[in-house]
Each structure stands twice: as C-alpha cells, then as structure tokens.
Design a protein around this ligand. Structure first.
Ligand code: NAD
Length: 346
C-alpha cells in the first residue's frame, strides 16, 4: 500500500508505526482528524495476516471515529490504533511499550480498550501514558452506555417507521447477545418488546435472555430472516450485503455492530427494499461518549447519559432526512458528520 497516497485520499493527519522488538510490539496509530479536539478511539489487537491489512483497518477505523465523535457532538477528533498480535500473546511489556510510544504524539491521540483489549490492559498502558481513558475506576466498561444509545436509536427508528416510539409489543430480533446485546435485551424487554435472540457461542447469555427477558431463541442463521419489526445487529459487521438483503423480513435495521452495511450499493439496495437503517456510527456512539467524558478530565455520568440519550434525536434527524431526499441513511449520516467537522474548522 502506498501510505502517503492512501492518507492523502482520506485526509489523515498523522500515522505512527511502532516496532519495539524487546517488548514484542508492532503497532500502528492513526490520527485521522484533530479538528474538533484530540483524536480519541480504541486500541484493537488482532493477528492481522499482513501489514497492509492492519494499515487498511486502522485507516478506515480512525476515519470512522472522526465521523462518530463529530456526529455525537464530542469535542474530540478521530483516531484508532492496532496492535498486530495474537490475543494469546498479550504481555504487560507490550502494553507498556504501547503507552510509551503514544507519548510521542503529545496527546493528539487518546486511546481506550477495543476488540481484544480490556480494562486490565488499559491499566497497564496507563502506567506509561496519561493519554488513555476507559479506566475501570473512572468511566469503565463502555458497553452499557453503548446499549443505552442503541436502545434510544431503536426508539427513534420505531417513531419514524411506525409513527410511535413505544416499543411495547414490537418484535425485535437481536443478533448477538454479547456485552451490548444482552444489556440491550434488558432495556427492550423492560418496555414490553417481544424479543428473538441468536448467538454463535455464548449459550449462557442466550439462556439469560430467554429466562429473564422472555426472549425466543432462534439459530444464528434463522435470525437474519426472522419476521420482526426491527432487526438489531449486535455481532458482526457487513451483515447487510447482497446475500442477506433479499431475505430480511423486518421494517428497519438498528443495532450496535460497526460497519453493518457492506458497501454503498448495499445501502442503496436496502433503501430500495423500503427497509429503514439507523447508521451504525450514529447509534453505537454511547461507548465513546462515555469514554470521552473521562478524557475530558471531569467525568460526570449524568452529563454522559444526557449525550447518550441524545442519540435518539440524531437518529430521528438522519432517518427523516433520508425519507425526504431518498438518499440512503448512511450517506446522510456521513454528510452530517462532515458538516459537524467543518463547522469546527470554521
Ligand atoms: P461481544 O463480543 O461481547 O458480543 C458479540 C456476540 O456476538 C458474541 O457473543 C458472539 O458469539 C456473537 N456472534 C458472533 N457472530 C455471530 C453470528 N453470526 N450470529 C449470532 N451471534 C454472533 O461484543 P460487544 O462488545 O457486545 O459488541 C457487539 C458489536 O457492537 C460489535 O460489532 C462491536 O464492534 C460493536 N460495538 C460495541 C461497542 C461496545 O461498547 N462494546 C461500542 C460500539 C460498537
């Protein structure tokens, strides 16, 4: 990959490549934009097959964070980092070296936990840098806040789709009942929604959803074509694609997963089928809103919840605009985020 060409295309400000042989650390930190403030975004650890794959991921994810943070109204830009390693090879030395490397960026990037990194790893990074959030004794696990934001986004979606945001009696199919999915089931069930759930691995969470929240368990294949009002993807990305689109039997899609739509053509095909879509980076911003509360240096849960609950208004705005213009919701959401960044630039 031609790095300079690639970062020019997407407007990245800075990329830091880290190689610390002694600590066994190979990492890439991408700062996409600091227009709205220091770039914030998690540190993902994966055994990428190649350097190009890792670079592609970190460039795409960091740009996504600029959009997510701007659309959520946060005074933070977008960044992301990846550590190229197998999760079974995580060491304290690796995370300490990562923290040290981050200091070279002088605070223009603030990290947090992400896929395969957790609060314990964050504490190790924090030994070497102050540019980290999501620490267990401050903002902690972002998942419950992500779930609240998704719940608000589902209510707004219901309002636009059915004329009322009351979820009592609404049928909702939750794909993936992990950390976010299970919390979401709790919130939806409390409002009287009728749930269908599927999970690939975590049978214990499926049993909790069935026993505590009255959910009907279906297979991971069946959930995709479950007849329901709203399909809530809370597992994987790219779940809206040419194979799945003809099979959906829902009126709307709104869930926590990142990069739900495979590509622009899939967004257009979904729109053509008349299925509403709450854009992922708008509806799943609750976790980063919570982390940003800590990064701002004055964590206040009440303030965080106000911003998380505002996801309702943003989702309603995007969906209504999409209905007016006929453009896919994802296109409207990207434009909205770009406008928020440009407003700060001015
Ligand atoms: P998680 O790993 O705790 O849960 C995901 C669950 O989905 C797992 O239990 C897994 O077994 C299941 N799963 C995987 N493939 C599946 C399939 N094909 N069908 C059914 N189930 C399947 O992850 P999480 O933290 O709950 O996050 C869920 C999604 O939300 C992810 O895409 C994540 O990137 C996104 N997200 C999470 C947060 C957060 O705060 N945790 C924030 C923003 C976005």
């Amino acid at each position: 990959m031609n790095v300079i060409q690639e970062i020019t295309k997407y407007g990245h400000e800075k990329i830091l490549f880290v190689n610390n042989e002694k600590a066994g650390l190979k990492a890439i930190i991408a700062v996409h934009s600091t227009v709205r403030g220091p770039a914030i975004g998690g540190c993902r650890l994966l055994p990428y097959a190649s350097e190009d794959e890792a670079l592609f991921d970190v460039l795409r994810l960091s740009r996504g964070m600029s959009h997510k943070n701007a659309a959520a109204g946060l005074d933070f830009g977008g960044g992301k980092s990846v550590i190229i390693a197998d999760p079974s090879q995580k060491t304290e030395a690796m995370f300490e070296a990562f923290g040290e490397a981050m200091n070279a960026l002088n605070g223009c990037y603030i990290t947090a936990e992400d896929v395969n990194t957790d609060c314990d790893d964050a504490l190790i990074i924090a030994r070497k840098t102050k540019h980290i959030c999501g620490l267990p004794h401050i903002s902690g696990d972002p998942s419950p806040f992500t779930a609240i934001g998704v719940y608000q986004g589902i209510k707004a979606t219901a309002k636009v789709a059915f004329g009322s945001d009351n979820l009592e009696g609404r049928t909702i199919a939750v794909q993936g009942v992990g950390k976010v999915g299970l919390d979401l089931c709790k919130l939806l069930a409390a409002e009287g929604a009728k749930l269908y759930v599927a999970n690939r691995k975590n049978k214990a969470n499926l049993d909790i959803a069935a026993e505590k929240y009255g959910a009907t368990i279906v297979s991971a294949d069946e959930i995709l074509s479950q007849e329901c009002d709203i399909f809530a993807p809370c597992a994987l990305g790219a779940i809206v694609n040419p194979t799945t689109i003809p099979n959906f039997k829902c009126k709307a899609i709104a869930g926590a997963a990142n990069n739900v739509i495979l590509d622009l053509a899939s967004g257009e095909a979904l729109k053509a089928r008349g299925i509403l879509y709450a854009p992922d980076f708008i509806i799943n911003a609750g976790g980063v809103i919570n982390a940003a509360g800590e990064a701002a240096g004055n964590y206040n849960e009440e303030e965080v919840l106000k911003k998380v609950n505002n996801i309702y208004n943003t989702v309603e705005h995007i969906l209504t605009e999409s209905q007016k213009t006929g453009e896919p919701e994802g296109v409207i959401a990207e434009r909205f985020a770009e406008e928020c960044i440009n407003a700060a630039r001015k």
